[in-house]
Design a protein around this ligand. Structure first.
Ligand SMILES: *[C@@H]1O[C@H](CO)[C@@H](O)[C@H](O)[C@H]1NC(C)=O
Ligand SMILES: *[C@@H]1O[C@H](CO)[C@@H](O)[C@H](O)[C@H]1NC(C)=O
Ligand SMILES: *[C@@H]1O[C@H](CO)[C@@H](O)[C@H](O)[C@H]1NC(C)=O
Ligand SMILES: *[C@@H]1O[C@H](CO)[C@@H](O)[C@H](O)[C@H]1NC(C)=O
Ligand SMILES: *[C@@H]1O[C@H](CO)[C@@H](O)[C@H](O)[C@H]1NC(C)=O
Ligand SMILES: *[C@@H]1O[C@H](CO)[C@@H](O)[C@H](O)[C@H]1NC(C)=O
Ligand SMILES: *[C@@H]1O[C@H](CO)[C@@H](O)[C@H](O)[C@H]1NC(C)=O
Ligand SMILES: *[C@@H]1O[C@H](CO)[C@@H](O)[C@H](O)[C@H]1NC(C)=O
Ligand SMILES: CC(=O)N[C@H]1CO[C@H](CO)[C@@H](O)[C@@H]1O
Length: 813
């Protein structure tokens, strides 16, 4: 008896422990996956089991592989039955079938997915599936170890390190098979979506991203000297080693991470962007390292037919006035492929146009609504119409004409319009979209306002997320969750407005009891933008305190209203005191403000647990208390950067005139972007004027005319006397040593190459005189900007300037 047991143990040992059915990384005929059971790779990196995607409603289950260590957000990297969910994992089974294939059966016992290899059968059904630490699920013969099938050869939307993504020139079954990543349909549904990423089937070394399997809208460019021609930012990512292999059998790339403990993946996102994403353990968050195409709006049909893409803020897709999402549920989950449809179908009264119906007076015809700021789609047809009115009629006459634009010539569009983009700026030729006249506001009312429509679904999702979020926020930190009514009373019904911007308005108030003066920021704007800024601000500043950072006391939210409660700063923001104040700020006060702001920023960048990039340093965001102590404020745009990373890619934020050049080129952003903005502010503190204002030539010193940062940089670099630079209202009353330090610091801060810019610590030390800085060179971008007069007008209105033209930013003040 004892010897039988011993024999059994020996048999286990001979077959290799891990292949035995008890092994926790193995699926076999006798140990299927079902219910909550999972298998975990030996090193504990990956786990396989049933899951239900967040946002998917919780009723659909899939077999997938996810990171074992990323606990807070289950992140699947591979899905088996991506288009065939099961409803009940407890009665569904993933097992090795009698023919040796790995098969998934649902609650009814019906086959829903199979590894489907014909060569699996043959010898007896002794096959095992093992999950490896690379994230690969391998089906192999138990005895010979011959690999029958592996998940990495059938990727879903994720490309893991070490995995080959390419093309088999010769495979057993198919010749020239391209392995492609296929995006999820939406955030809650792993079914194949609209976008695919695969290598050039013609054999070159480039990748293409396609829409609907047909339209190629992005190419990586060919591989040359260690980078893809179209992805130059790869060079700055020394953490990744890409390798291209092209031989008789295959063409593929693979990549590896220099630090194997880093968790990183390449994903074809639901939006159509390829994203490199890393896990930041200290922030407990995924960080996007780079994206291609850089701009979401460059993804083909990114917002679907009639959807309008906006690259400057979130949500990036919206529907024009008179339209709503065709499929609200998909839309909210990030699948915009269905686009927008009219609130009411157009009547299309076609040829017999009655002029009265054109104006939308409710007589039951079709009408047009303008889409301000929206670029004209390509592919128009022209019509001989010679007036705007005739052009409108020409469009009305044809049932399938959906839009027109008239500017001395008449352009018409037919069918669904793709790739509409909200440029945020004035467009010379206004696009008019055909709608039912029921959607045209009555002409008796106010002027037609053309706000972009948001959907009711947003509100409910938002309400839910606020509840969850507020619950989370009130657990940590000493923030107060105020009652909405209390804040309303404290501000006397929001009666004393002391400021405002694109985010909403700021009201003054007094807390009951101690009589503490507070400033209440009421976030407005489109629902999701406000929500995001609200959460961002509470999360960013709620947990940090520094004498040079504004103090958030608490917050409140009710319905769609979100309030942030700060200490009130009696002297307002720096721009008011600096540019408008009377008497002018003394040099001493200016220098202290510069130093304090530098210390506040230094704390943000280096003092707290995670590095924070403010992203919008400008005088409006530096507040002054009663003693003129500066407090850096407005963290609505701030970007939390985990300690693990020095750079992160985000959408363009900030304000023209203070934006570092790297924002424009689309490369990842570091804390040095704030250093640049700080340098620009420092120059304004010196001059007492907006940099963007053109200085008139003066008789005393003609060299002082022009773009101030350029004037200052030239003087500093030539070692010329700087006494002409400070605000003339100071009448020369400035400490020349401090002036010299401030100007040198500022000119180093605004260098084109972020590597040359000092850190905020060096800035603070240089201002204090603890360290000395060399003479800085004149930054080339300043020269370019100084010569482009368009820039000088750009700061207040939306701007179209050189490279900036791709981003039409609006000054938020
Ligand atoms: C297996 O592959 C064949 C063709 O190779 C296909 O017709 C069949 O639908 C596949 N079965 C499953 C379950 O995927
Ligand atoms: C592949 O090559 C064929 C013929 O040479 C050409 O017609 C086709 O456009 C190429 N496809 C791509 C994606 O370059
Ligand atoms: C995608 O392509 C298929 C055929 O290739 C076509 O039937 C379908 O209408 C296309 N989808 C869209 C949204 O254009
Ligand atoms: C135009 O309006 C007139 C009177 O309002 C009506 O008799 C006629 O039927 C209308 N024509 C069409 C095509 O709707
Ligand atoms: C422009 O329209 C024509 C047909 O009218 C179509 O064949 C072509 O693909 C369109 N081009 C684009 C870029 O949409
Ligand atoms: C508009 O629709 C008609 C039929 O309804 C069709 O004959 C015509 O080609 C269409 N025009 C365009 C530009 O699609
Ligand atoms: C309404 O529009 C007219 C002309 O389009 C404009 O002159 C007027 O200022 C507008 N009124 C308001 C309140 O916007
Ligand atoms: C505050 O405003 C609301 C609505 O605007 C009004 O109903 C209420 O009476 C106001 N309360 C005070 C104290 O002014
Ligand atoms: C320059 C300026 O406006 N200073 C004011 C700051 O606030 C204190 C107290 O409110 C005033 O006394 C200063 O005049």
């Amino acid at each position: 008896m004892a010897s039988t047991v011993l024999l059994l143990i020996m048999a286990v040992a001979i077959h290799g422990g891990s292949d035995w059915s008890f092994a926790s990384d193995t699926i076999s005929a006798n140990s299927p996956i079902s219910g909550d059971r999972t298998v975990v790779s030996r090193g504990g990196k990956f786990e396989l089991g049933f899951f239900s995607p967040a946002g998917g409603g919780g009723s659909n289950y899939y077999v997938g592989i996810w990171y074992k260590k990323v606990v807070s957000q289950r992140t699947p990297v591979w899905v088996a039955n991506r288009a065939a969910p099961v409803a009940d994992p407890a009665s569904s089974r993933l097992a090795v079938a009698a023919d040796g294939n790995l098969v998934l059966t649902n609650e009814a016992g019906k086959l829903v997915w199979s590894s489907n290899v014909s060569s699996a059968s043959g010898s007896t059904a002794a096959a095992l599936a093992v999950i490896l630490d690379t994230g690969n699920l391998v089906l192999r013969r138990e005895i010979s170890g011959e690999v029958l099938w592996q998940s990495v050869e059938h990727p879903t939307d994720t490309w893991l390190p070490g995995v080959r993504l390419g093309m088999n020139k010769i495979t057993g079954e198919i010749t020239g098979e391209v392995q492609a990543l296929v995006s999820w349909k939406n955030a809650g549904d792993p079914a194949p979506g609209m976008f695919t990423l695969g290598i050039d089937p013609n054999g070159s070394s480039q990748y293409f991203t396609k829409w609907n399997r047909t339209v190629t809208f992005w190419s990586s460019g060919e591989w040359k000297d260690g980078v893809f021609a179209g992805v130059p930012e790869m060079i700055s990512h020394d953490k990744y080693d890409f390798e291209f292999v092209s031989d008789a059998n295959a063409n593929y790339f693979t990549y590896s991470l220099q630090d194997p403990t880093v968790i990183s993946r390449l994903v074809l996102d639901v939006s159509g962007q390829v994203r490199q994403i890393m896990w930041a353990p200290s922030a407990d968050e995924w960080m996007i390292i780079w994206t291609e195409p850089h701009r979401l709006c460059d993804v083909y049909a990114v917002c679907g037919a009639f959807g309008v893409c906006n690259g400057r803020s979130e949500p990036y897709c919206s529907c024009p006035a008179g339209f709503r999402p065709s499929s609200a549920g998909d839309w909210e989950l990030g699948d915009h492929s269905h686009g927008c449809r009219r609130n009411n179908p157009p009547r299309c009264d076609g040829g017999g146009v009655n002029s009265s119906s054109v104006h939308g007076d409710g007589n039951g015809g079709d009408a047009f609504l303008p889409a301000p700021g929206v670029s004209l789609p390509r592919n128009s047809s022209s019509s001989p119409a010679s007036s705007a009115r005739d052009c409108e009629l020409a469009c009305l006459r044809s049932c399938n004409c959906t839009a027109y634009s008239y500017d001395s010539r008449c352009s018409l569009w037919y069918g669904g319009l793709l790739n509409l983009e909200d440029t945020g700026g004035a467009i010379d030729d206004l696009l008019y979209l055909r709608v039912s006249d029921m959607d045209v506001p009555s002409s008796k009312g106010r002027n037609r306002t053309v706000a972009f429509a948001s959907t009711a679904a947003v509100a409910s999702i938002l309400a839910l997320s606020i509840i969850v979020f507020v619950a989370a926020a009130s657990e940590g930190g000493n923030l107060v969750a105020f009652k909405y009514g209390d804040v309303r009373r404290a501000t006397k019904n929001f009666s004393e407005k002391i400021g405002g911007g694109s985010f909403g308005s700021v009201y003054k108030g007094t807390l009951p009891g101690g009589g503490v003066a507070i400033a209440v920021k009421k976030l407005e704007g489109r629902l999701c933008v406000g929500e995001k800024q609200f959460r961002n601000e509470v999360r960013t500043i709620g947990v940090i305190q520094h004498v040079n950072l504004v103090r958030l006391r608490g917050f409140s939210s009710r319905g769609g209203d979100r309030l942030l409660v700060y200490d009130h700063m009696p002297n307002g923001s720096l721009d008011k005191v600096l540019f408008g104040g009377s008497p002018a700020l003394s040099w001493r006060a200016r220098f202290q403000i510069a130093l304090g702001a530098a210390r506040g920023l230094l704390y943000l960048h280096e003092g707290c647990r995670d590095c924070i990039i403010h992203c919008d340093i400008k005088p409006e965001n530096i507040l002054l208390d009663k003693d003129l102590v500066p407090k850096v404020a407005d963290f609505g745009l701030a970007k939390l950067l985990a300690r693990d990373f020095s750079r992160v890619l985000t959408t363009v934020r900030g304000t023209i005139g203070y934006l570092a050049p790297e924002w424009i080129s689309g490369v990842p952003i570091t804390v040095k972007a704030d250093v640049y903005s700080y340098g620009m502010v420092l120059l304004e503190i010196v001059s007492g004027r907006r940099n963007a204002r053109c200085w008139p030539a003066t008789e005393q010193d003609p060299s002082l005319s022009g773009y101030f940062p350029l004037v200052a940089a030239r003087k500093v670099s030539r070692g010329e006397a700087l006494d002409g630079l400070p605000d003339e209202r100071l009448r020369g009353d400035a400490d020349l040593r401090e002036l010299e330090r401030a100007c040198r610091v500022a000119c180093w801060c605004v260098q084109d190459d972020e590597v040359r810019r000092p850190t905020m610590e060096q800035v603070a030390q240089a201002l204090e005189g603890v360290v000395a800085l060399d003479v800085p060179p004149v930054p080339t971008s300043l020269q370019a900007l100084g010569e482009g007069s368009a820039f000088l007008m750009g700061a207040r209105t939306s701007a179209y300037i050189g490279d900036f033209s791709r981003y039409h930013l609006q000054d938020s003040s």
